[in-house]
Design a binder for this molecule. Structure first.
Ligand code: NDP
Length: 241
């Protein structure tokens, strides 16, 4: 029977490409989303992928949402923690709501979504967890103190969880995308975006599919010896290792 993969924020942008890529690789896919019902319904109609609405920043909603996924599709063997948001602004102008929204959605979610599936993965002796961090968690970014802090946290979370579970057949890795052509980047003012593209050696934005193919590799049986890794996919914009 096909293994089940859960992709948070899996109905739009990078997550949608990940959901499609995992389906093409033979997984049964559950795509989570937050509130955009119309987009989720269109995605489900187009791909046949089941969609599950819950807020990854809410502990109880995650517990209930993952129960619903497992009842519908079976235990989660592959988890892609992809959902994320930005609430940009200079730190000296940032309010507590901007800070908390980003930390809960991008970092608290790592605990809320992963905790309910880890026991099953350990018991079955198999799991693949892929966390989506960001280039800006590696290098920092003006206007994104909240987001850079959360995404750097994702890297630490990945490494520690990888160590704890390496003997249980579970790999835990993260991907740091550079600037990828999605709604999130469309929100960046055009002039700022032109400046960003000028700093990308590849001379263009990345495509969501270029992140999805890395996820499909990390989710595969072939990637069993890759764990605790930070995969940089950024067109050469920041060469960290
Ligand atoms: P999008 O804004 O295009 O899509 C975000 C997805 O996450 C949507 O499906 C959205 O659901 C979902 N989502 C948002 N908040 C929640 C929540 N609280 N609970 C559940 N689902 C939620 O984002 P991208 O595809 O651009 O980004 C995906 C990931 O990649 C994020 O973690 C982002 O930080 C990271 N990233 C993106 C980069 C880029 O250049 N685009 C660069 C580096 C990292 P709904 O449709 O219901 O709103």
């Amino acid at each position: 029977m096909a293994r089940t993969a859960l992709v948070t924020g899996g109905t739009r942008g990078i997550g949608a490409a990940i959901s499609r890529g995992l389906k093409a690789a033979g997984f049964q896919v559950a795509a989570n989303y937050a509130g955009n019902d119309e987009k989720a319904a269109a995605f489900k109609a187009e791909t046949g992928i089941e969609v599950f609405k819950f807020d990854v920043g809410d502990h109880d909603a995650c517990a209930a949402g993952i129960k619903a996924v497992e009842e519908a599709l079976g235990p989660v063997d592959v988890l892609v923690n992809n959902a994320g948001i930005t609430r940009d602004g200079w730190f000296h102008k940032m309010d507590a709501a901007q800070w908390s929204a980003v930390i809960r959605t991008n970092l608290d979610s790592m605990f809320f979504v992963t905790r309910p599936v880890i026991d099953g993965m350990r018991a079955r002796g198999f799991g693949r967890i892929v966390n989506i961090s960001s280039i800006n968690g590696q290098k920092g970014q003006i206007g994104q103190v909240n987001y850079s802090a959360a995404k750097a946290g994702v890297i630490g979370f990945t490494k520690a969880l990888a160590l704890e579970n390496a003997r249980k057949g579970i790999t835990v890795n993260c991907i740091c995308p550079g600037y990828i052509d999605t709604d999130m980047v469309a929100a960046v003012p055009e002039k700022v975006l032109e400046g960003i593209i000028a700093t990308i050696p590849a001379g263009r934005l990345g495509k969501a599919e270029e992140i999805a193919s890395m996820v499909a590799y990390l989710a595969s049986e072939d990637a069993a010896f890759v764990t605790g890794a930070v995969m940089t996919v950024n067109g050469g914009q920041y060469i960290a290792n």
